[in-house]
Write a protein of this length. Structure first.
Ligand code: FE2
Length: 241
């Protein structure tokens, strides 16, 4: 009996040390796959990247040579919401006994994501870069080397509000497609996870679709001010305050 107890204690301790190495919480973790955990971690990074981008854009609209307080307010609020989305996922991983490791959040990574996406859609002025994102990044000089004719124009000629809303729309579409991928992985096969699909459906997917629709409306409305863009942008800014 004593031998059995000793073996059990040894096994328990070896399990604890092994479990501590992979970061999971075995007392809580149940039917929660590695692949799901890694995908949620990637989603947390994506949400924080979006939050960081929006915070940087809010600062851009607060510059005295841009001065669009309604857009600043919009992007500050959007940044806060994305951070909350990340926090909900962080809490979710802990709730499931998962393993969290935080990645670096780099603005340039987000600029590159937008740049890649912008080549697949028809943006205003046919630009294929994110002018504002590179301008607010620590590698502003990349704007020159990337030589997009729209970004190369003097900044006073940029359609700041329209460009920013287009960038936000692209990022929200990217976030949504990552969420749908996560939902797919959790829907069937060895990674099937009904609790996660329930959480995604009730907390994330509806809000994401709403946000894409709202940004689509904003882009359409701002694009209509083709004769006097500056006046239209000013009026639009008033509506966001
Ligand atoms: Fe989000």
């Amino acid at each position: 009996m004593r031998v059995l107890t000793v073996v059990a204690v040894v096994l328990f301790h070896s399990c604890l040390s092994r479990c501590a190495d992979d970061g999971y919480v075995p007392l809580v973790k149940q039917q929660y796959a590695d692949k799901i955990n890694n995908q949620i971690r990637a989603q947390i990074t994506m949400e924080l990247q979006a939050s960081y981008l929006y915070q940087a854009y809010a600062s851009y609209f607060d510059r005295a040579d841009v001065a669009l307080p309604g857009f600043k307010k919009f992007f500050l609020q959007a940044s806060k919401e994305e951070k909350e989305h990340a926090q909900i996922l962080i809490d979710y991983v802990n709730k499931r006994g998962g393993s969290l490791q935080f990645s670096d959040i780099k603005l340039l990574d987000v600029c590159d994501i937008i740049k890649d996406l912008s080549r697949t859609v028809d943006l205003s002025g046919r630009r294929q870069q994110t002018c504002i994102c590179y301008f607010v990044s620590q590698k502003r000089q990349l704007l020159k080397s990337k030589s997009d004719p729209v970004c190369m124009r003097p900044r006073s000629d940029w359609s700041h509000g329209l460009m920013a809303m287009e960038d936000a729309l692209l990022i929200e579409r990217k976030v949504n497609s990552e969420l749908l991928d996560l939902h797919d992985i959790a829907s069937s096969g060895p990674t099937k996870d009904p609790h996660l699909t329930h959480t995604l459906e009730h907390i994330y997917l509806e809000e994401q679709v709403e946000s894409i629709k709202k940004l689509g409306n904003y882009v359409a409305q701002l694009s209509r001010f083709s004769n006097d863009y500056r006046l239209g942008e000013y009026l639009f800014d008033q509506s966001l305050q």
